[in-house]
Design a protein around this ligand. Structure first.
Ligand SMILES: NS(=O)(=O)c1ccc2o/c(=N\O)[nH]c2c1
Ligand SMILES: [Zn+2]
Length: 251
């Protein structure tokens, strides 16, 4: 649906740092001052897994600095709040970011907020340095043991607003061992689309198998009792790079 000026409602009027973007490898600039990203998650901060009608997310207790990231391009430490995924109806597409215009079948987002500077996540969402999201590409390949724990929970949250308790989970198992990443200043990729995200996109994908991707695709956008709509293609279209440089932590 386009508005009078032909823009789609999913563009922020006046937006200059929207996400996702295509990462053109050869245009990224190596920054030797980028530090390694330090990730310290406490698996017992895991609370529940739920279907929010757009994706499925695993939420964490972010009332203290127990699951945090620090370093990389970040000035402060950021607290883990939730992680979720974006995926396609088929393996040819599904990720939000692309690398040299290549889509991956899915993309993981680990969402953190700057609790050093802002009192709540809601306030951090509105600020340029409020959020830090780690993006991890999923590619078709070997079975992923750590992901299987999430996949086993999906039938119980098939419908929008379904939630189940999820006691212990360490999301570090979903992050590739290779330290290399790209980073750029961007936005949320779903409403409110605010330009508050320092994106940290891992260069190395994780491998998952076909059954695991199919499990994502059996989730529903719709609530129990409504006409079923499969939860697929929940990724935002690519946004213009405009006046931004993507930096790499590697040469
Ligand atoms: N998809 S995304 O950019 O990682 C992302 C992360 C956290 C978010 O919170 C949101 N509303 O409160 N949208 C949203 C998108
Ligand atoms: Zn996301």
């Amino acid at each position: 649906m386009a508005s009078a000026d032909g823009s789609s409602p999913l563009t922020i009027p006046g937006g200059t740092r929207q996400s996702p973007i295509n990462i053109q490898w050869r245009d990224s600039v190596y920054d030797p001052f980028l530090k390694p990203l330090k990730i310290s998650y406490d698996p017992t901060t895991c609370l529940h897994i739920w279907n929010n009608g757009y994706s499925f997310l695993v939420e964490f207790d972010d009332s203290a600095d127990r699951s945090i990231i620090v370093g990389g391009p970040l000035e402060n430490q950021y607290r883990l709040k939730q992680f979720h995924f974006h995926w396609g109806a088929i393996n040819e597409w599904g990720s939000e970011h692309t690398v040299d215009s290549k889509f991956y079948p899915a993309e993981l987002h680990l969402v953190h907020w700057n609790a050093v500077v802002y009192p709540t996540f809601e306030e951090a969402v509105m600020e340029g340095n409020g959020l830090a999201v780690i993006g991890v590409f999923l590619k078709l390949g070997a079975h992923h043991e750590g992901l299987q724990m999430l996949v086993d929970a999906l039938p119980a949250i098939k419908h929008k607003d379904a939630v189940i308790e999820f006691d212990v989970f360490d999301p570090s198992c979903l992050i590739p061992s290779c330290p290399d990443y790209w980073t750029y200043a961007g936005s949320l990729t779903t409403p409110p689309l605010t330009e508050s995200v320092t994106w940290i996109i891992k260069k190395q994908p994780i491998e998952v198998d076909e059954n695991q991707l199919e499990a994502f695709r059996m989730l529903l956008f719709t609530s129990d009792g409504e006409e079923e709509k499969r939860m697929v293609d929940n990724f935002r279209p690519l946004q213009p790079l405009m006046n931004r440089t993507v930096r790499s932590s590697f040469q």
